[in-house]
Design a protein around this ligand. Structure first.
Ligand code: CTP
Ligand code: CA
Length: 225
């Protein structure tokens, strides 16, 4: 969408977005996942497309309908998502990690369906790679945006994640608030950078959150040159 004949804000930029939850296999018919709807990531991908970007949408588990006219890269596990993002990383201008990546996966993936036996069943879980933290360490020119879904001490945890994962911005989400977080079409977020609060958005449509976020990113990238 160009205004007054200007080039769209993200024209010529490559934007990589991850969305949805990851699926961590237990056996051929069972898996672990989470409540992520994918809607926030989809809204960001659509907004980036509307702002003229070349969009790669790395998409985990979601029930929502992905946006049209963006390149879809479906993945399942955190490891798959990491590999897909890494393939798009070198020439990416903006990378947005809106996905809900499983922190742990089953240590063993059974090749046959687990049979019902005793009264209890224990699954051992092992930690997944932290995709955002790994990208943060490899950052050269990429503008890196993370998310933080919290139920308490939102600002403290979000800013700790921003530092630890070397993000340029972090979008903090108090998922206990109504109209914010998993499954909804609206969100209420605080956006932080290293210095502190950049913007506090009221409960608004995820589409509007996405546009605002990308405008901030675009301005900051433009300011670097
Ligand atoms: N993230 C990631 N890889 C992981 C876990 C999280 O890339 N294995 C990313 C998410 O996509 C999000 C950010 O890190 O952009 C924060 O995710 P979150 O779950 O809030 O933070 P964690 O570091 O996993 O900490 P915790 O779950 O304990 O709050
Ligand atoms: Ca987590």
């Amino acid at each position: 969408i160009s205004r007054q004949g200007q080039a769209p804000l993200l024209q010529g930029k490559k934007v990589v977005v991850t969305a949805g939850g990851t699926i961590e296999r237990i056996d051929p018919v069972r898996y672990i996942t989470n409540d992520s709807s994918g809607k926030m990531g989809f809204a960001i991908a659509a907004a980036a497309r509307d702002l003229g970007a070349d969009v790669k949408l790395v998409m985990g588990n979601t029930q929502a309908k992905p946006p049209e006219n963006v390149e879809l890269i479906p993945v399942q596990s955190a490891q798959d998502m990491y590999e897909a993002v890494t393939r798009e990383w070198d020439d990416a201008d903006i990378v947005v990690k809106a996905a809900a990546v499983a922190d742990y996966r089953p240590k063993e993936v059974y090749t046959e369906k687990i049979k019902k036996k005793g009264d209890t069943l224990s699954l051992e879980l092992v930690k997944n790679i932290d995709i955002l933290e790994t990208l943060g360490k490899q950052k050269t020119h990429q503008f890196l945006i993370g998310f933080a879904a919290e139920t308490q001490s939102v600002e403290m945890y979000a800013r700790e994640k921003l530092e630890r994962k070397n993000c340029d911005l972090i979008v903090a989400n108090d998922v206990t608030r109504t109209g914010a977080g998993f499954g909804t079409d609206t969100n209420a977020v605080h956006i932080y950078d290293r210095e502190g609060l950049v913007e506090e958005l009221p409960v608004i449509a995820k589409d509007d959150v996405a546009h605002r976020l990308l405008r901030i990113a675009a301005e900051r990238i433009a300011g670097r040159n």
